[in-house]
Design a protein around this ligand. Structure first.
Ligand SMILES: [Zn+2]
Length: 494
């Protein structure tokens, strides 16, 4: 009898092991790993890396800073940068139609040979964030020096994102020189206020809508090629943004009777609002692991066997994965709608009861969770009629829809990445931050966010931080990526 039980148990164990393994193998076989070949008669890119470096440096020197307070923007600098672009890329500026939208946003059209095909869009932004005055003494070279030294181009915009802007131009200029003729129309667009309002990109989309133009595919700045940053992945891991989280800044207001602080009631404006904010922090949004599953599916066999096994069998290991990802704010944000109180204002004097208190709480929404649902959830958590809330002006948008990975637009990107960065895994992911490209979801189903540079842990703080810089060799590979990708995306077979 005991032997029978042992045999049954062993059989069950073997069955379970086989079941888990088969699921794991099936899981890592994914259409996004398809390698698309492409016949091209174009010669390989053969310029001097130093030339690209000098072109980028010349753009870094122009302080196209955008500010929350737009009156601080120096608009003349955008004009200077635009004439610098025209001087640096004469062939592109001769052949492409150039339009200016929303004041300083650029839109170029490179007419395709077949007008029946939908155009493709390559984008980036001209503006940069300011360099914090308090950190200026920490920069090895001043942020707008555009210094080329130690194998790098230094300065604000080298990583975010003048490098991508000039890479697109370098590729287009070289393609024109090599007599390339696109079958599909190519649009290039570079906004002037991505870092603040984002009205430039919005205006371009409205402009396209008025003309009735639908877009085949869009590529904007986004995920990088991470070196040692994804737990359990040893190879380079290129992450292509297929969606970005939604954004909602809610202004919360509590009203109460003001008066002298010597005779306070039990319900002060500050106390009411503080309780509401505390409740929001204590009852955060639930975890949803579904959104990171496609990334691990894309990473496939590059992820450690344990990771593969766990993601292929979420029914069994989901709890462990959530526990691991929730341990760090950076990974916790990938599996939930986040809650972040960012502003709190009330009171004018130490002995006066304020009649009003205001706070702002910023939420970043996972795709699939709408602003209306989030507001409903918030109302039930706060559960206090004395607290009202409303979205701040221009500070609320839904998460973007998910762009597919089983289509040629995505597969061309991943194929080019594997050519230029051999051995790297390519995977889709949900961007935590926002980009201009979200606006293009109105005119295209295939919107991707990717910046082809290798990023190590020590580079993460350079974006928007101190000592932003890009290796000369990295810039060369970035140009090469666009040089190979643009003809693929402009082909009719896309
Ligand atoms: Zn950017």
């Amino acid at each position: 009898m005991a032997l029978t039980v042992i045999v049954i148990l062993v059989a069950l164990l073997l069955f379970l092991t086989a079941f888990l393994l088969v699921r794991t193998i099936l899981f890592t076989r994914n259409s996004s790993t398809v390698n698309l070949t492409f016949e091209s008669s174009l010669p390989p890119l053969d310029q001097e890396p130093q030339t690209f470096a000098e072109h980028l440096a010349s753009m870094i020197k122009i302080e196209t800073v955008s500010h929350e307070d737009v009156s601080k923007d120096v608009n003349a600098n955008f004009k200077i940068m635009q004439s610098q672009l025209a001087k640096t890329y004469p062939l592109a500026h001769k052949l492409l139609k150039k339009e200016i939208v929303d004041g300083y946003t650029l839109l170029y059209t490179w007419e395709g040979q077949n007008r029946d095909l939908k155009p493709v869009v390559f984008m980036a932004h001209q503006d940069v964030v300011p360099a914090d005055e308090h950190t200026l003494n920490q920069w090895t070279y001043p942020p707008f020096s555009g210094k080329i030294a130690e194998g790098f181009i230094w300065g604000r915009g080298t990583m975010d994102i003048k490098s991508q802007l000039i890479s697109v131009f370098e590729a287009v200029e070289t393609l024109i020189r090599n007599k390339f003729k696109p079958e599909r129309t190519i649009l290039l667009t570079f906004s002037h206020n991505e870092e603040v309002l984002g009205t430039g990109a919005r205006a371009v989309v409205e402009h396209l809508k008025v003309k009735g133009i639908r877009v085949q595919a869009v590529l904007d700045e986004g995920g990088s090629i991470y070196d040692g940053l994804i737990p359990g992945v040893k190879s380079l891991a290129a992450t292509i943004g297929i969606s970005e989280k939604g954004y909602l800044s809610l202004k919360l207001t509590a009203n109460a009777t003001g008066g002298h602080s010597s005779t306070p009631s039990n319900a002060t404006a500050i106390g009411i609002l503080a309780k509401a904010v505390t409740r929001l922090e204590a009852h955060r949004f639930p975890h949803n692991i579904k959104m990171v599953k496609p990334m691990f599916q894309g990473l496939g066999t590059s992820a450690s066997p344990l990771m593969q096994l766990a993601f292929a069998n979420l029914w069994l290991f989901g709890g462990v994965i959530i526990h691991t990802l929730a341990a760090k704010p950076e990974t916790d944000a990938t599996i939930r709608t986040t809650t972040a109180p960012t502003l709190f204002h009330s009171g004018v004097k130490d002995n006066v009861l304020p009649s009003v208190a205001e706070a702002v709480v910023n939420f970043r929404l996972l795709p699939g969770e709408t602003i209306a649902e989030v507001c409903e959830h918030i109302r039930s958590i706060i559960n206090d009629d004395r607290v009202t809330f409303e979205p701040m002006d221009q500070k609320a948008w839904e998460a973007s829809p998910l762009s597919p990975v089983d289509c040629k637009a995505y597969q061309h990107i991943s194929s080019v990445v594997r050519e230029i960065f051999p051995g790297s895994a390519v995977a889709p992911y949900i961007m935590l931050g926002g980009t201009d490209s979200r606006n293009f979801c109105d005119v295209s189903d295939n919107v991707y966010r990717f910046t082809p540079i290798v990023v190590k842990e020590e580079d993460l703080n350079r974006v928007h931080g101190v000592n932003e810089r890009l290796e000369i060799d990295a810039l060369y590979k970035m140009v090469d990526t666009f040089y190979r990708l643009i003809p693929r995306w402009a082909s009719k077979d896309m």
